[in-house]
Design a protein around this ligand. Structure first.
Ligand code: SF4
Length: 185
């Protein structure tokens, strides 16, 4: 049994298998039963998908009695232990990404977007009049690559900082990133 699979696999089994829950509880030290009861009463997760306080306390008890957890888990085959550990990990990953998505600030409103666009068109027109050289395809692509990995980029392709549509903004020679991640030409 891979040591790093013990706790994740135990947590997944605890959720999936009522028989395992009974077995584990009877094998664990009596002082840990409070944490067992709390996690069964309050649940392992908060409504936002993050680990609850009861969940944290429960994991602490499991870590304190690792040999007992390992012995209980050994009633499953090695493959099942690894599969449940991987299922737990992927659950954690998807809960984290759902949480991050839910907490992402709203994209800039219509008014801000319209104001930013008007300003950008104004300064771009000035740049054209002043005969400033145009951007190359590579320069535009480099700007967009920076935006693509920026946490200010919203799902509707606007920048939360300046309110611009990045696909348009990146093509304007006069524009720069409000966080100085890429300069004006
Ligand atoms: S313009 Fe700057 S701040 Fe906005 S998304 Fe692009 S890199 Fe991020």
């Amino acid at each position: 049994m891979d040591k790093k699979d013990i706790i994740p696999s135990c947590l997944q089994s605890f959720q999936d298998d009522p028989q395992f829950r009974v077995l584990l509880k009877s094998a664990m030290p009596v002082k840990s039963h409070r944490a067992f009861n709390a996690v069964q009463r309050e649940g392992m997760f908060l409504p936002n998908g993050m680990l609850s306080q009861a969940g944290h306390a429960f994991i602490k008890e499991l870590n304190a009695a690792l040999p007992v957890v390992e012995a209980t888990l050994a009633t499953y085959g090695g493959d099942m232990i690894a599969a449940r550990a991987s299922s737990w990990r992927s659950g954690v990953k998807s809960r984290k990404s759902a949480h991050a998505k839910a907490n992402q600030p709203a994209p800039p409103g219509l008014l801000k977007r319209a104001g930013s666009l008007a300003k950008a068109i104004g300064s771009e027109t000035k740049a054209i009049v002043q005969r400033q050289p145009n951007l190359t395809t590579q320069q535009v692509a480099a700007r967009l690559a920076v935006c693509a990995s920026c946490d200010q980029l919203r799902s509707n392709r606007t920048c939360a900082r300046c309110g611009c549509f990045v696909d348009a903004k990146a093509r304007f020679r006069s524009q720069d990133c409000p966080l100085r991640k890429w300069p004006a030409k």
